[in-house]
Design a protein around this ligand. Structure first.
Ligand code: PNS
Length: 161
């Protein structure tokens, strides 16, 4: 059974994340979408919101499971018996950070491979940060987030906790 883990902050999930989940799901028997909750970091959306949003996006995908973790990704991947990590690379600008992270993870856990996937070109400028920025100022986020989450994300961004 081929198991992959797709980690991220997903603050909030975007169309790019959904595209990656769909692509990665085709390559594996089980895909674990793992939401990071780092207690030292401030998130716009709570852990519960992020997990709920992702859960809704994958509710019809039996191979995909949504979980959360804190601490080292390699430890969590071992706990979940994952064989590889999936990350998305949208543009060259993502590469430096992703490369460093992949090499660090490999140093910590040599048998755990990182696999990079490219989202659809039209999502190459879509990021959670852009969603937060545009949404906070009341801009249209319909080309940035999945339709089923749009209203809730937009409302929350206009009315922070
Ligand atoms: O969506 P993001 O914020 O780019 O995801 C980053 C994430 C969650 C993949 C990364 O921060 C992570 O794996 N954090 C867990 C801590 C860890 O394992 N750090 C060592 C690898 S650099």
């Amino acid at each position: 059974m081929r198991i992959a883990i797709y980690p991220g902050s997903f603050d909030p999930p975007t169309l790019g994340h959904l595209d990656l989940i769909q692509r990665a799901g085709k390559l594996v028997d089980k895909l674990i979408v793992a939401v990071l909750h780092n207690p030292n970091k401030t998130y716009t959306f709570s852990l519960e919101e992020r997990v709920t949003f992702l859960g809704e996006l994958v509710k019809d995908a039996p191979k995909v499971e949504v979980t959360h973790f804190n601490g080292l990704l390699v430890d969590y991947a071992a706990q979940m018996k994952a064989h590889f990590i999936v990350r998305g690379v949208r543009a060259f600008s993502d590469f430096e950070y992703e490369f460093q992270m992949a090499l660090m993870n490999r140093k910590l856990s040599p048998q755990l491979e990182t696999v990079f996937l490219m989202p659809k070109e039209e999502y190459s400028v879509v990021s959670s940060r852009m969603v937060r920025e545009v949404g906070c100022m009341g801009g249209d986020i319909s080309d940035l987030v999945p339709e089923v989450l749009r209203t809730r994300i937009a409302a929350r961004l206009k009315q922070p906790l």
